[in-house]
Ligand binder design. Structure first.
Ligand code: GAR
Length: 186
């Protein structure tokens, strides 16, 4: 049995989609959801899905072993970042080498780095009049959005698409591919 922990900072629709994908699989379990944001909607989702939840703060994450201890106590083998906005500290990177993946809502290396997340990415894509965008699934290292790329998928951007339209297209791509890619590398 492989136990996955999902980190999310916001709505958590990817977290829920990944949970649903693995719900009827016997060898993989979403064992824990963690968030740095006590107001995040992912908390409601975790409660509804009956997944154990950890809410942590900056001190817990960067200056203590609190999060690592939680991961160990739930026997977590693999970490998925799904809309998680904080840089991962070295103790987790070292403890989970090649076992942490992130999804980014653009075609990295374009539109990545600190401060580039969620709608900010889609607004930048719109502003630059890109004709295509997409998703990138990558391993996580100690820099924002720079780990080895595992998978990318593209979608067309029409001139009349708003940033919200682009976000919807990207979410559909994420729901389609992210669980499947996790399954293939875990
Ligand atoms: C997703 O589109 C994800 O790619 C993005 O945040 C959204 C979270 O949506 N992640 C980043 O921008 C990371 N830099 P969700 O909370 O509904 O899953």
């Amino acid at each position: 049995m492989k136990n996955i922990a999902i980190f999310a900072s916001g709505s958590g629709s990817n977290a829920e989609n990944i949970f649903n994908y693995f719900a009827d699989k016997e060898d993989v379990k979403i064992a824990l959801i963690l968030t740095n944001n006590k107001n995040a909607f992912v908390i409601e989702r975790a409660k509804n899905l009956n997944v154990p939840l950890v809410v942590f703060n900056r001190y817990d994450f960067y200056d203590s072993n609190h999060v690592m201890d939680k991961l160990k106590s739930f026997n977590i083998n693999f970490i998925v970042l799904a809309g998680f906005l904080w840089l991962i500290p070295n103790n987790l990177i070292d403890g989970y080498k090649k076992r942490i993946v992130n999804i980014h809502p653009a075609l990295l290396p374009k539109y990545g780095g600190k401060g580039m997340y969620g709608m900010k990415v889609h607004e930048a894509v719109k502003e630059a009049k890109e004709t295509e965008t997409g998703i990138t699934i990558h391993y996580v290292n100690h820099k924002y959005d720079e780990g080895e790329i595992i998978f990318q998928a593209k979608v067309n951007v029409e001139a009349q698409d708003s940033a919200e339209d682009i976000a919807s297209k990207i979410h559909l791509l994420e729901y389609e591919h992210f669980p499947r890619i996790i399954e293939s590398i875990i």
